[in-house]
Design a protein around this ligand. Structure first.
Ligand SMILES: *Cc1c(COP(=O)(O)O)cnc(C)c1O
Length: 357
């Protein structure tokens, strides 16, 4: 049985969080207050901005807006300085350094391992199974490892669609893992807006051990703003709030992201455009002889296997095109990960690859 208190580190359970000036004083709607509580400067060097004031530590407005587009309650939403911050915070809440473990399914997103390494947390690996069609989760081995590590495995990081392999995980498999594991299961859905598969978000109502991560860096086109989100039961959200840096989302990011969320049909239009380009790119790359295979993708990138990837990688660089070399990753020999760019960028990529000898 999943019991949240039982898997949280004791020092985190006991922690008295930092209480900021703006936590301790909640203004009501009446009257103008004089704020002499946070040692701020009363004037801002940029006229018309309020950057001289600390941001809202709870990010109430932005949380409301994110909750609304995801059809959740505010209490089920946590915001991070990119989803990378959320990965680190989760490891620090649940994993005792030098003792506890996380589980990952390589090849996958690199930050789970880096965050675990920084926190001196061991990593169990269950590589994907690979066949002609693509990559699938090795469910049997994963469940086996879960059973063998009952006492110190705390978090399983799943990524769907997975980076760099590109495809979504099966919902039934994820549900099975959620049922079999008494720790936290993170499903990183950084690329879900590009996918035809449905998000696993609604499963947070059924599974208190599920954390779904999302980011504004990909489909929303705001990688520079640094905004990530975690969706989970209120208890997990409260723990994240308890240990986060007080002002982890800055005013500029909050304002910008709120504007984009409220203003536009940018997401749909941009996702549509990328889907069309991905289809075209898949077809045309498929006709280039140096490309042996293009894996199916639910994301905004393609994983392509080349006859000799490192030479092609260097040739692309010589031609001022940068792709991601994944050839050193397990099961990704000779593979490059190619982001679906704009039409003109993709045209140039195709032209250069066709010219490769
Ligand atoms: C790009 C990416 C992210 C994004 O992280 P941010 O810190 O929000 O920019 C998260 N997870 C995966 C799998 C990614 O590929």
């Amino acid at each position: 049985m999943f019991n949240l208190e039982k898997i949280v580190r004791e020092n985190i359970l006991k922690l008295t969080p930092y209480s900021s000036a703006r936590d301790e004083f909640k203004k009501d709607s009446s009257g103008d207050y004089i704020f002499l509580d946070a040692n701020e400067n009363d004037s801002c060097p940029l006229s018309g901005k309020k950057l001289n004031r600390y941001p809202d530590p709870k990010q109430a407005q932005l949380r409301q807006a994110v909750a609304k587009i995801k059809n959740l309650k505010e209490e089920e939403v946590f915001l991070g300085n990119g989803s990378d911050e959320i990965v680190d915070l989760l490891i620090r809440i649940f994993c005792e350094p030098g003792k506890d473990k996380i589980l990952i399914t390589p090849p996958t997103y690199g930050m789970y391992k880096v965050s675990a390494d920084i926190n001196d947390v061991d990593i169990l690996k269950v590589p994907f199974l690979k066949d002609d069609k693509g990559f699938t989760l090795d469910n049997a081995s994963l469940i086996n490892l879960v059973k063998q590590n009952k006492s110190n495995l705390k978090i399983i990081f799943l990524c769907s669609p997975n980076n760099p392999t590109g495809e979504c995980l099966e919902r039934a498999e994820v549900k099975n893992i959620l049922n079999e594991f008494d720790g936290i299961v993170v499903v990183d859905e950084a690329y879900i807006d590009f996918s035809k598969d449905k998000s696993m978000l609604e499963l947070i109502k059924e599974f208190p051990n599920l954390v779904v991560c999302n980011t504004f860096s990909k489909a929303w086109g705001l990688a520079g703003a640094r905004l990530g989100a975690a969706f989970s039961s209120n208890k997990v959200v409260e723990l994240l709030d308890k240990i986060k840096p007080p002002y982890n989302i800055n005013s500029l990011t909050a304002e910008t992201c709120l504007k984009v969320i409220n203003a536009s049909d940018f997401l749909e239009i941009s996702v549509d455009k990328i889907a069309n380009e991905k289809k075209r790119l898949t077809k045309e790359l498929g006709q280039i002889p140096i490309i042996k295979k293009i894996y199916p993708s639910d994301a905004n990138f393609l994983l392509a296997e080349f006859t000799e990837s490192s030479k092609v990688f260097n040739f692309l660089i010589e031609n001022k095109i940068v792709v991601r070399d994944r050839s050193k990753e397990i099961l990704c020999e000779n593979c490059l990960r190619i982001t679906v760019g704009s039409k003109s960028e993709n045209d140039k990529l195709l032209e250069v690859l066709k010219a490769y000898k």
